[in-house]
Design a protein around this ligand. Structure first.
Ligand code: OSB
Ligand code: MG
Length: 376
């Protein structure tokens, strides 16, 4: 593949409702997008991708403007060198970017743009590329911290009416046992799980064990991102299965977590682990180890939501993911919206990772544009 032009944009897309987690309240999604014009198979194609990084480094150490900077300054020059050599394709991207330490979400975005272009040039869907045969995946919804319990119960009832198959409640100290008890009492049979986004420490083990009677599918990332050993210890105190999100950043860290007993379940977010190829390796490793996985989300726009649905079609994804309809977060999505059909999201059949976005909408939401010159 030869790269002809790259455009980086930062967009600010309003959310339908504020989203509060233990780390922040978001009222808009600030998202970095990549538009990559390339030639492959003697076709001119445009690859699109978005970066999982949020506006601020509060979920992980990456943030949208920082990702734009590292992509422009350090990652693109390496890809352009490969492009000139004629050795660039999605399977080589990670190797070329390897000398740069960390910045996995930035790398994932660039790899996705190359993958989208490559699949479009070969007229191949992402599901076909992965060998996925399922045509739809069950949809779960992530519910932020609410003002009070009556409000929470209303929000939960609304999503269940829409058909969501699984509820995930964000928790933090002061908003945990009581809201979970209230939702469980109102909905005795609904598949329910919680996500703490690293808001607790190991001394909270006796407190968190009060969640055990509520038959939760899992507790996600109660402790700090770099606390693998303490997650393993906490897991021994709880009957609720331990799931890791922030702590699993690669197949290597997934292997460590599994061997340590720190994870009975893994949330796979392609952006967090450096891209769809590494996400697939974690799926394969977890499946071989008897560890359940599900696909997490980063408030994806239509540039990545469908690709996550395709990934979640792999056989090891045995739990519903945070792959909700576009309308869960956005009134107007960048592409045709993903919709809920009987509690499921369809696995896309179009070529590539995403449909081309609505350029007028992209322009309307853009707060910063950088055109990257490509010497021919
Ligand atoms: O921890 O899973 C998380 C959103 C932003 C950052 C971290 C997380 C989340 C979510 C929302 O829970 C998942 C979604 O996109 O639906
Ligand atoms: Mg999480």
């Amino acid at each position: 593949m030869q790269i002809d032009h790259i455009t980086l944009r930062v967009l600010r897309i309003p959310l339908v409702t504020p989203f509060t987690t233990s780390f922040s309240t978001q009222t808009a999604r600030t998202v970095l997008t990549i538009e990559l014009a390339a030639r492959a198979n003697s076709k001119e194609v445009i690859g699109w991708a978005e970066c999982g990084a949020l506006a601020e480094p509060v979920y992980s150490d990456e943030y949208a403007a920082g990702a734009a900077d590292v992509i422009e300054r350090f990652l693109i020059p390496r890809l352009l060198a490969a492009s000139h050599d004629g050795t660039l394709n999605v399977e080589t991207v990670a190797t070329y970017l390897e000398p740069i330490v960390g910045h996995r979400m930035a790398k994932a975005a660039l790899e996705a743009a190359v993958l989208d272009a490559q699949l479009k040039a070969s007229n191949t869907s992402f599901a076909t590329y992965l060998g996925v045969t399922r045509d739809k995946v069950p949809s779960g919804v992530s519910i932020g911290i609410q003002r009070d319990i009556p409000t929470l119960l209303n929000v939960v009832a609304g999503y269940l009416d829409e058909g969501y198959q699984r509820i995930k409640l964000k928790i933090q100290p002061g908003w945990d046992i009581a809201p979970v008890r209230a939702v469980r009492e109102a909905h005795p049979d609904v598949p329910l799980q919680v996500d703490a986004n690293a808001a607790y420490t190991l001394v909270d083990a006796p407190h968190l064990s009060q969640l055990d009677p509520f038959d939760l599918l899992l507790i996600e990332q109660p402790l700090a991102h770099d606390d693998l050993r303490q997650h393993a210890e906490l897991a021994r105190h709880l009957s609720t299965p331990m799931c890791l999100d922030e702590s699993v950043v690669s197949a290597r860290s997934a292997a460590d977590a599994i061997v340590l007993g720190a994870a009975a379940v893994i949330n796979i977010k392609p952006s967090r682990v450096g891209g769809y190829l590494e996400a697939r390796r974690i799926h394969d490793l977890a499946r071989a180890s008897g560890i359940a996985v599900w696909c997490g989300g980063m408030l994806e726009t239509g540039l990545a939501r469908g690709a996550n649905a395709a990934l979640a079609g792999l056989p090891g994804f045995t739990l519903p993911g945070d792959i909700s309809a576009s309308s869960r977060f956005y009134d107007r999505d960048l592409t045709a919206p993903y919709v809920l059909d009987d509690g499921h999201i369809a696995v896309p059949t179009f070529a590539g990772l995403c449909e081309a976005p609505d350029l007028a909408l992209v322009k309307e939401f853009t707060t910063d544009v950088r055109e990257i010159p490509v010497a021919s």
